[in-house]
Ligand binder design. Structure first.
Ligand code: AHR
Length: 507
């Protein structure tokens, strides 16, 4: 089979936020991973582990979600501001973390880290043990420019300028740990929080500078997720519509209940199963996009001609990644290794998101450091870049580019392509087949030069990067320098991720 690529067949602009990340007070994601504190013997920059900071500077994450996850629903932002020695110590039971929580890393530390690495922040509000008033105070502390007491408190804590955080999540997974609610019950709660958000605008006619993000469904529950979205929008349709910003579904590629299959040990069957599992996200996105559209259409028209804008909401995948069974028993909590299998599913997931750039606008890998589908693993003073880190680095060129329609990929090979404004054509080629190298024929609608190919492959499917052996899975670039033609063949190693950098010269 021949893969067809036509730079004129565009789908939509790939929102850079599709390459987002998630950090939570869980296991050693933040405490011990990102944050070691200024007194630590681990090399750090103002308390942030320097090796993590350096990696993030290279990665340039477009968005980072904080402080959870489930943790967000018990988090009181005031515990994490002001002089560190005066911050309270609490106990973190989140997902078996079972550690003292000294709140050394809080709102200012997180938002300044985002500023340093050029990431937008997404803050998640506590709707379980918090209140609308607590949310409003947090928003005022973070975003108010005028000289209020909370703005003055932020200035006293070292940041005079407002942070201008736009995205605010309202609760987390209300269908489970976030309250085991009904969609109707959550819709009522959402109405109150979304309506109470300050706008941070110069005048009342300007659109609000903040976007509330509603909790969408559990993407892993085929029946419940349909009902959740239908019921949530039906509840919103009962009366006038609150502010809408985003709708956040979560989808994990579960790997539990398969004897002997862990993050580090698996057979061929486990490889194939996880690859198929990661691709299921596409079905969820298509289904949820349809349901959200239907839900929006059924919302009542306002009985006045003052607010006439059509309601819109962005579909978001706020948490995604592989979740292996061994993570549950791991110490620190939810830590798992990242093998070539995870790198393949990470690449395939990013391709699903990018290919659906017309339907989904933001997504966060769970999580950035030491938890689940991590990009970085730390151990004492050591920091290892996992194979997932390489995948995200290889895919950077897609951010802000036009997703292209691609057809004709042979079985076991997955292809995605995008065209950047500067004419760069970037083609992802994932050979998910372990049986051997695959030659793929590419046909282009216009003559295209192939410049180079970057490849991530391993000697063994179970290979992973560790402190002792940090680089068994590391990307490498080969120059191709192939003259413009409408047909090219490339060979992909077994179980590998490649990114082809090309240029359409006849466009
Ligand atoms: O990412 C780990 C946990 O998974 C998050 O806290 C929660 O939102 C989800 O269930």
């Amino acid at each position: 089979m021949t893969v067809h690529i036509d730079v004129a067949r565009t789908i939509a602009t790939i929102n850079p936020a599709l390459h987002g990340h998630f950090v939570e007070f869980l296991g050693e994601c933040i405490d011990g991973g990102i944050w070691v504190g200024p007194e630590s013997t681990v090399p750090n920059t103002g308390g942030v582990r320097t090796a993590v900071l350096e990696a993030l500077r290279e990665l340039e994450p477009p968005i980072i979600r904080f402080p959870g996850g489930c943790y967000a629903d018990t988090y009181h932002w005031r515990d994490g501001i002001g002089p560190r020695e005066q911050r309270p110590t609490t106990f973190n039971e989140n997902f078996g973390t079972f550690e003292l929580d000294d709140h050394g890393f809080g709102t200012d530390e997180f938002l300044q880290l985002c500023e340093t690495v050029g990431a937008e922040a997404w803050l998640n509000v506590n709707t379980m043990s918090g209140s609308v008033a607590e949310m409003r105070d947090w928003m005022e502390y973070v975003n108010r420019e005028q000289g209020t007491s909370l703005a003055a408190e932020r200035a006293a804590n070292g940041h005079a300028a407002p942070y201008d955080v736009r995205r605010w999540g309202i609760g987390n997974e209300p269908w489970a740990g976030g309250g085991t609610m009904t969609a109707q019950g959550y819709a009522e709660l959402y109405r109150a929080y979304a309506s109470a958000m300050p706008r941070f605008t110069a005048d009342i006619l300007e659109p609000s500078r903040v976007l509330p993000i509603a909790a969408g469904p559990d993407g892993n529950k085929p029946l419940e997720r349909v009902r959740w979205t239908q019921d949530f929008f039906a509840a919103l349709a009962e009366y006038r519509v609150p502010p809408l910003g985003g709708y956040d579904l979560h989808f994990y590629n579960w790997n539990i209940g398969h004897d002997g299959d862990t993050s580090e040990t698996f057979e061929r069957e486990g490889w194939d199963r996880l690859i198929a599992g990661s691709l299921e996200l596409e079905e969820v996105i298509l289904e949820q996009h349809r349901l959200v559209r239907e839900g929006l259409t059924a919302l009542p028209a306002p009985e006045s001609d003052f607010f006439t804008a059509e309601p819109t909401i962005d579909l978001v995948v706020g948490e995604w990644g592989n979740w292996h069974g061994d993570a549950f028993a791991a110490r620190p909590a939810l830590r798992q290794q990242v093998t070539m299998r995870d790198a393949i599913t990470t690449a395939l997931t990013l391709d699903v998101l990018q290919r659906n750039a017309d339907k989904v606008s933001m997504a966060c890998n769970a999580q950035l450091v030491n938890v689940l589908n991590a990009l970085l693993l730390t151990e004492g003073e050591h920091t290892v870049r996992t194979a997932n880190f390489d995948v995200f680095m290889m895919y950077k060129a897609h951010r802000g580019a036009q997703a292209l329609e691609v057809s004709g990929a042979p079985d076991g090979v997955h292809v995605f392509a995008s065209l950047s404004e500067d004419g760069a054509l970037t083609i992802d080629l994932v050979n998910a087949d372990l049986d051997g190298a695959r030659k793929v024929e590419l046909s282009f609608a216009v003559p295209t030069e192939l410049l180079e190919i970057e490849t991530l492959a391993a000697d063994e499917p179970t290979a992973c990067n560790t402190v002792e052996r940090p680089d068994p899975i590391r990307r490498s670039v080969s120059r191709l320098d192939r003259a413009a033609a409408t047909a090219h063949g490339v060979t992909l190693p077994a179980g590998s991720v490649s990114v082809l950098r090309a240029r359409a010269v006849g466009a």
